[in-house]
Ligand binder design. Structure first.
Ligand code: NAD
Length: 258
């Protein structure tokens, strides 16, 4: 029997990058996967590339009605969710004194409101099913460290640690675990976009951004890979007791050591 056989896993932001890699790994491990992303075409296209009848649905994680409807549809068509990966995210870079309030609010809406709304919906299903489950929030090295020009991102990613700890405490009686994965830089579209932006802000070359900003504090100058994060997500999803809950798993080539 495969590791996640019989499980239903909903992954947000799974049409691209880290979410897509995790969703693919879960499907290969036997889970029925729901690829939830902003655009239905991208979500369907990603789901079609995955094993085990993955389903693509449109969901803006910052929109309460869309989140609740997406979870209701999942329960109706596939079954209650056993695993949530709250992963959808974007990056907006600017010095704090120039940060537009609208951009700050958009960042917090996607990262914090999105994590709250999807966790709430998942917990309701996990409690009603009596099966409990695993909630994984996609943090970042920036859940533990700060970088210039990323005020709302760093604030939101730190905030996810608090949210996961509350879910761990409130969820324990129903066998719901919650943990945060904290990746270092992974070369996804989110990061590729930042390299020229940071080069402009800092007045250095793109190569220097990679070497002297993104990978400077790693032990080996290496990017974290999609496979690294998918493996960590598989481990947390498959972990069977509350021994491992309320934690953050830092996967950064030693950039941050806790
Ligand atoms: P990505 O841009 O490749 O993918 C992000 C996905 O999220 C896209 O498919 C996008 O459509 C979706 N999305 C954006 N806003 C959404 C919304 N409101 N509702 C639903 N879906 C939405 O990015 P990625 O690098 O794979 O990032 C995924 C997560 O990993 C993010 O939370 C990011 O902060 C985190 N992270 C990334 C890195 C990295 O280096 N790439 C490092 C640490 C943490």
């Amino acid at each position: 029997m495969k590791e996640l056989e019989g499980k239903v896993a909903l992954v947000t932001g799974a049409a691209s990058g880290i979410g897509r890699a995790i969703a693919t790994a879960y499907a290969n491990a036997g889970a029925r996967v729901i690829v939830a992303d902003l655009a239905i075409d991208a979500a369907r296209e990603a789901a079609a590339s995955m094993a085990n009848g993955a389903l693509g649905i449109a969901m803006d994680v910052a929109d309460e009605a869309q989140v609740d409807e997406g979870f209701a549809r999942t329960a109706r068509d596939i079954g209650p969710v056993d695993i949530l990966v709250s992963n959808a995210g974007v990056q907006i870079i600017s010095p704090l004194v120039e940060f537009a309030f609208a951009d700050w609010k958009r960042m917090l809406a996607i990262h914090m409101d999105g994590a709250f709304l999807t966790s709430r919906a998942a917990m309701r299903q996990m409690i009603a099913s009596g099966r409990g489950g695993s909630i994984i929030l996609m943090g970042s090295a920036h859940s533990h460290v700060a970088s210039k020009f990323k005020a709302p991102y760093v604030a939101a990613k730190h905030g996810l640690l608090g949210l996961a700890r509350v879910i761990a405490k409130e969820g324990a009686p129903d066998n719901i675990r919650s943990n945060v994965i904290c990746p270092g830089f992974v070369r996804t579209p989110l990061v590729e976009k930042q390299i020229p932006e940071q080069a402009r802000e800092l007045g250095i070359s793109e190569d220097e951004v990679v070497r002297n900003v993104m990978l400077r504090d790693t032990v080996d100058g290496e990017f974290t890979t999609l496979e690294d994060i998918a493996e960590a997500a598989l481990f947390l999803a498959g972990f069977r007791s509350n021994a491992l809950t309320g934690q953050s798993l830092v996967v950064t080539h030693g950039w941050h050591m806790q």
